[in-house]
Design a protein around this ligand. Structure first.
Ligand code: N01
Length: 530
């Protein structure tokens, strides 16, 4: 039996879902959020591993929909920890009375478009059914865990944790022999902290990653006061930058300066810490020759920091910088100088299998009490294809995307009317500051629903041609960058059988202009039905 009818069903209660329910509720729409987790926060709820923190400045990685909220909330550090982010999200939910609209521990399992009624039927994990006019997918770009397919992993009888499904009760590593598989952002954040506790830590590295120091610090009162005195302007200025982030602006190519000046510029950003390293010059992401200079700089740093030259060599990536997401760390490379830390190159010496209490590589057996899996996510599309979503021609998104994800503006998909994605494939998403990008999408979706209602349209659907042209544009932009030049979750190569495609739109300002133009033209590229 079908239960209640909603105006909007939002899937996911992370930054995106919370922002969406706040906006849509305020607009007078009967809105519900279904969230699989036991609390709000989305990826920030699940990724509780030691050292989990955001590598975007906290005063930027936060909502701007309420001036009061951004004035009142006090971020304590430059890079907020996972618990602080959760406190912020819980505070937001309570402050704006959103909890009554959020159902936790509830997974959306199926969505079916009912053409005759112009509505979606929503099935949830309790077996209940709902009808809704619109669906907003706030399922996140990095939320479906990628589990490694290593023989025998299920037979490991010690403690085993995936970084993105970390238990509520903090695991104890003291006097334990611990192994960790994966050296992306999650691994790089937790390795230094686990190394401090564990008796012995073995890091299983398949591909080394570049990492720059965070240089996290407590926020000074003066800094906070300054930003808060011009918060709106600060946000507007950030939207005008390529990544939507307040990174140092630089108009100079790495090739137009002397070697000494180049090293100085890299060193300045290295000392400052964080992702600003990428804008040390204006072409690190676009010109391979410039990128090679950035690579050499970081490789030299690794050589200087890591005392054992063989270990240092293993830690040196040979991919372009930022082609895999640049990591930001606290004492990552330094950790490999500790006597209880061992680095194992599993590309050279692969893991053959895992058994009850050990990891076996050829003739070597590592006895472990605890195994940590830091192998990342089925990014960009995983959370969407994980749900059975059947559009108007009876086909699912999962089937449609077998040949690669395709969406219009990263917001809508042809064949799926009244279905909106927040930071979907084809939008800046992971190549931008996620929170402002989320809010830009929420505003767009809210305005769109307002328009449809005012003009008595019952549905909106992306045109296939517009969608194709859009994805061509996204690819054309990425082809001018270094991003397609290595294997990464950006491309989906970390997931076996996944069609390789780069689906993030690089460039926040042109993207915002394009979204605005679509609206100004009366939603060009969309079919509107009465
Ligand atoms: O995942 P990853 P992540 N056997 O995919 C290895 C965001 N994030 O969770 O490169 C052995 O980057 C894999 O090796 P390879 C951020 O955007 C942000 O660390 O595929 N190894 C790689 O080393 C980030 O980029 C924050 O060869 C296997 C690692 O596992 C994104 O989330 C913090 C393997 C996975 O790295 C994902 O980061 C954390 C296998 N079968 C995350 N499969 C901050 O804000 C995979 N690997 C700071």
């Amino acid at each position: 039996m079908t239960n209640k009818i909603f105006d909007v069903v939002v899937v996911g209660a992370g930054f995106a879902g919370i922002s969406a329910v706040h906006k849509l509720k305020k607009q007078g729409l009967k809105t519900i959020v279904f969230e699989a987790g036991g609390g709000v926060g989305g990826t920030w709820y699940f990724n509780k591993y030691p050292g989990a923190r955001c590598d975007t400045h906290s005063m930027e990685y936060s909502y701007q929909f309420s001036e009061e909220l951004q004035q009142d909330w006090e971020w304590s550090e430059k890079y907020a920890t996972q618990p602080e982010i959760l406190r912020y999200l819980d505070h937001t939910v309570d402050r704006f009375n959103l909890r009554e609209n959020i159902r936790l521990n509830t997974r959306v399992e199926k969505l079916i478009w009912k053409q005759d009624d112009s509505q979606w039927e929503v099935s949830i994990s309790t077996g209940e059914l709902f009808l809704t006019d619109y669906v907003v997918m706030a399922t996140g770009c990095l939320s479906k865990p990628n589990l490694p397919n290593i023989r025998g992993i299920d037979t490991f009888s010690g403690e085993i944790y995936h970084t993105s499904r970390w238990p509520e009760k903090k695991p104890d590593f003291a006097s334990k022999n611990v192994g960790i598989i994966g050296t992306g952002s999650s691994g790089i954040q937790c390795i230094p902290l686990i190394a401090k506790e564990a008796n012995h830590l073995i890091v299983y590295q398949r591909t080394p990653n570049y990492s720059v120091p965070a240089r996290n610090e407590v926020l000074s009162e003066d800094f906070v006061k300054d930003i808060k005195s011009r918060y709106q302007l600060f946000r507007e200025d950030n939207y005008k930058q390529g990544f939507g982030l307040n990174l140092p602006l630089n108009d100079i190519s790495a090739l137009d300066v002397s070697e000494e000046e180049r090293t100085e510029a890299f060193e300045r950003q290295w000392q400052k810490g964080g992702l600003g390293f990428l804008t040390s010059f204006n072409d690190i992401l676009f010109n391979m020759e410039s990128n090679v200079h950035a690579q050499n700089f970081i490789r030299n740093k690794i050589k200087t920091i890591v005392k054992n030259p063989l270990v240092a060599k293993k830690l040196m990536p040979n991919t372009p910088v930022a082609c895999k997401r640049l990591c930001v760390d606290t004492d990552y490379y330094e950790t490999f100088n500790l006597p209880n830390v061992e680095l194992v190159d599993i590309k050279m010496n692969p893991i053959d299998f895992i058994k009850s209490k050990s990891v076996v590589l050829g003739n070597t057996e590592h006895k472990l009490d605890t195994l940590i899996i830091a192998t990342g996510f089925d990014a960009m599309t995983g959370a969407l294809t994980n749900i059975e979503i059947i559009g108007k021609d009876g086909e699912s998104i999962k089937d449609k995307w077998k040949t690669g994800p395709s969406a219009y503006l990263g917001i809508a998909i042809s064949g799926f009317p009244n279905f909106f994605m927040i930071t979907g494939p084809g939008s800046p998403s992971v190549l931008s500051n996620m929170v402002p990008s989320i809010e830009q999408h929420v505003n767009w979706i809210s305005d769109c629903i307002k328009f449809l209602k005012n003009k008595n349209f019952v549905s909106i659907e992306a045109e296939l041609n517009a969608q194709h042209s859009w994805m061509e544009k996204v690819n054309k932009i990425s082809d001018q960058t270094i991003y397609p030049h290595c294997q990464s979750w950006y491309l989906g190569t970390n997931i076996k059988g996944k069609k390789q495609a780069f689906t993030a739109y690089l460039g926040v300002p042109p993207y915002i202009d394009e979204c605005r133009e679509v609206v100004d033209s009366g939603y060009k590229g969309f079919y509107l039905s009465k």
